[in-house]
Design a protein around this ligand. Structure first.
Ligand SMILES: Nc1ncnc2c1ncn2[C@@H]1O[C@H](COP(=O)(O)OP(=O)(O)OP(=O)(O)O)[C@@H](O)[C@H]1O
Length: 366
């Protein structure tokens, strides 16, 4: 049974010059846990990770595996406990992708660096895990960024560390491989009980993958919490300095807004059917009003972000006469009405009446 050590960082200061860039960093990652650093460009995520792996000299504080400070560990011992995949392109004298992955086994080899049959089995397993079989025989310097990224992960995996540190592990990967690699990372945490610390730019992936998220802002870690804690209210928008309506923390979607025009088109939506129309109008640069929605409609967040005006009723409340009149007034000012709905059901009676009104006033073509 492998030892289970917590990776803990206490009062760590990191940076390059005289003054620390980020101060008093304190958190820990438990075996089996995934903790993700997020934050704007240049906020210091890589600087923190480089300091934790010893590539950068710390400016104060402690970094421990269990109770042992990592700087007191020998190189081989450290490599058995901690492995990293950083973003820099490594210049490798090694010939093939397979050779590079195999170098992950060196902390376990004897004095002459010979790999045993068991070591090679681990190398093959790691290559299969990241689906890099097609490049294992190729020259490591002559493959794509995404293929290289997968081989680097394979090397870290076959190092069998207690702690795995990854700086933007998905940055060069296409959607299929991104999902695949994240699945592997989760498996390494859950089944191999690795403590995993990574940085990610893709907020939707961070939300999906992480047990906890640490947010880097200014000269500190501003907040640490579960994805539910971090992706609530307007915190993420504040962290990245964007307007609250340009990001929906529930779905992780971002919005490009059509700036402050009066609505030209009235879109009658509901149940998610309005989204495609909103997106088309937005692409065409046409401003629109969205209604009559319920606040729990699937497209409500999109409407809030993209529409010039939103006419909505509280969730689970019937749409009243007053709301219908409000919608008619706005529709009167629009040139056109679009309604992608075919059926309204008993609760959608007000929208059915609104469509009828649009037909009568010539705003909707039959
Ligand atoms: N070698 C260096 N010497 C001095 N300053 C550096 C060095 N590397 C990075 N910096 C600065 O340190 C700050 C943090 O950089 P870092 O790369 O850690 O940010 P990051 O959060 O990883 O950014 P990104 O999201 O863009 O990858 C930046 O202002 C950067 O310009």
């Amino acid at each position: 049974m492998r030892k289970e050590d917590t990776f803990s960082i206490e009062q760590l200061n990191v940076g390059y010059g005289k003054d620390p860039l980020i101060r008093e960093i304190t958190f820990s990652v438990n075996p089996g846990e995934i903790l993700t650093l997020i934050g704007p460009n240049g906020s210091g995520k890589s600087t923190i990770l480089k300091t934790l792996t010893g590539q950068l000299k710390k400016m104060g504080g402690r970094v421990c595996v269990g109770t042992e400070e990592i700087e007191k560990l020998g190189r081989r011992e450290l490599a058995q406990k901690l492995s990293m995949v950083m973003t820099e392109r490594i210049q490798s004298e090694l010939l093939t992708g397979r050779d590079l992955v195999a170098s992950g086994r060196y902390p376990y080899t004897g004095r002459f660096g010979h790999l045993t049959e068991r070591d090679w089995r681990k190398v093959e397993e790691a290559i299969r895990l990241v689906k890099a079989e097609e490049v294992e025989e190729k020259d490591f310097m002559k493959i794509s960024d995404g293929q290289r990224q997968r081989l680097m992960l394979a090397r870290a995996i076959c190092q069998e560390p207690e702690i795995l540190i990854l700086d933007e592990p998905t940055s060069y990967l296409d959607m299929g491989f991104k999902l695949d690699i994240l699945q592997r990372i989760r498996m390494l945490a859950r089944e191999k009980r690795m403590a995993i610390l990574l940085s990610l730019h893709e907020l939707d992936l961070a939300q999906m993958l992480s047990d906890r998220i640490a947010c880097v802002k200014g000269d500190r870690i501003d907040r640490i919490g579960t994805p539910e804690d971090i992706f609530s209210g307007e915190y993420i928008q504040t962290l990245y300095g964007v307007e609250p309506s340009k990001f929906d923390p529930v779905t992780g979607r971002m919005f490009l807004q059509t700036e402050g025009k009066k609505p030209e088109v009235f879109v009658i939506g509901g149940g998610g059917n309005g989204i495609a129309v909103y997106r088309r109008l937005q692409r065409e640069g046409r401003s629109f009003a969205a209604g009559i929605l319920w606040e729990n409609d699937v497209e409500y967040a999109d409407a809030q972000a993209l529409a010039a005006q939103v006419i909505a009723e509280k969730a689970f409340y019937p749409i009243g006469e007053q709301r219908l009149e409000q919608a008619k007034k706005i529709l009167d000012q629009c040139e056109e009405c679009i309604c992608p709905l075919d059926e309204f059901g008993p609760l959608g009676e007000a929208n059915r009446q609104l469509v009828e009104y649009a037909l009568k006033t010539g705003k909707r073509k039959a």
